[in-house]
Write a protein that binds this ligand. Structure first.
Ligand SMILES: NC(=O)c1ccc[n+]([C@@H]2O[C@H](COP(=O)([O-])OP(=O)(O)OC[C@H]3O[C@@H](n4cnc5c(N)ncnc54)[C@H](OP(=O)(O)O)[C@@H]3O)[C@@H](O)[C@H]2O)c1
Length: 297
């Protein structure tokens, strides 16, 4: 594994982290605790030390599975979670960003994770006017002082212009940004990365496999079924992506290199990016994703 310093936080994070939306049950599979334990034990053995989860991957379900899996090993992990929603069903959430809601969510996340501190507490896809909330900034600062939070992060919605919230990061005590970044989605290169470097922010690249499409295993015409988030995506746009992936696979991925590993290493080439957080569904995927670190300079 390789490690990098996460901006001003000073935290040394593995360049490959664990994305865990999958554990909430919205990716065509429900997880048992023994399966999750095995994934995290293998990740730890491979040197991965960074976990990204959220309040609404199931109703604190992903956090709860992680809390049990890392019990007794808490200090070996850097855990990033988020606030701003309540899970209400498959691909359904209510927006909850008012102070009493966030206070409740923080305590619920600590309980689910079976910990007394969160390393990185992230805004979860909030709107610009919801981000500009001095009483929320003050609450988060106090939670930091109380030791419940070590650092504040901001996972900016992919649907927004990234500039507004990126520019205000330091004023809001935000030290880490999380953005959608992959070979098919390069918006952060123009809207966020220069400013992130100027402010010395850590950057986590989420959706680094473009929801799995950049693994190269899905061909044009692929269909998703059941409780898989990808059934909710526009089929025409998915088809367009799969055609582009096919072209990239032929023209850009070196012969003999696994495309998923190549796609993760591709994100890590940009100097602003600290780590990638691919979502994982099995021990095998954890192993393959960890192997991508070998392709990183
Ligand atoms: N708003 C936010 O803050 C936000 C939004 C989205 C995601 N995130 C975070 O970012 C993480 C990553 O994003 P994501 O999970 O949406 O997308 P992703 O990482 O681009 O894709 C994950 C999917 O790719 C497939 N995969 C993973 N490793 C693979 C491998 N080595 N070979 C082949 N296929 C592989 C798996 O699905 P299949 O095997 O079923 O294809 C997996 O579910 C999430 O887990 C979450 O922690 C945050």
């Amino acid at each position: 594994m390789k490690y990098r310093t996460l901006g001003k936080t000073g935290l040394s994070v593995s360049v490959i982290g664990m994305g865990t939306w999958q554990l909430g049950g919205e990716w065509g599979k429900n997880f048992t605790q023994p399966e999750v334990n095995a994934m995290f034990a293998r990740a730890q053995a491979l040197g991965i030390n960074l976990i990204d989860t959220a309040e609404c991957y199931g109703d604190h379900l992903s956090e709860s599975l992680i809390g049990t899996a890392v019990k007794g090993q808490r200090e070996k992990w850097i855990i990033a979670t988020k606030f701003g929603h309540r899970f209400t069903g498959f691909m359904k959430r209510s927006d909850e960003r008012d102070l009493p809601d966030v206070r409740e969510q923080l305590d619920a996340s600590l309980r689910a994770l079976r910990t007394d501190y969160i390393d990185i507490y992230q805004y979860h896809s909030v709107r610009d006017n919801e981000f500009d909330n001095p009483s929320l900034w003050d609450f988060l600062k106090k939670a930091k002082k109380a030791g419940k939070i070590r650092h504040i992060g901001n996972s900016i919605s992919g649907g927004l212009d990234l500039r507004y919230q990126t520019e205000r990061s330091t004023d809001a005590d935000v030290e880490v940004l999380q953005v959608v970044y992959n070979r098919l989605e390069r918006k952060p290169e123009t809207e966020c990365f220069d400013e992130a470097m100027k402010q010395e922010l850590g950057v986590l690249a989420r959706v680094p496999l473009a929801s799995g499409y950049l693994s190269g295993k899905y061909k044009p015409g692929a269909k998703f079924t059941g409780n898989d988030y990808r059934t909710t995506q526009d089929p025409a746009k998915v088809e367009e992506k799969l055609k582009e992936v096919e072209r990239i696979q032929k023209e850009e991925v070196p012969a003999g290199v696994d495309m998923a590993e190549w796609a993760l290493a591709w994100c890590l080439k940009h100097p602003a990016v600290t780590a990638v957080i691919p979502g994982c569904k099995s021990v095998e995927q954890v192993e393959k994703n960890a192997r991508a670190a070998e392709l990183v300079a």
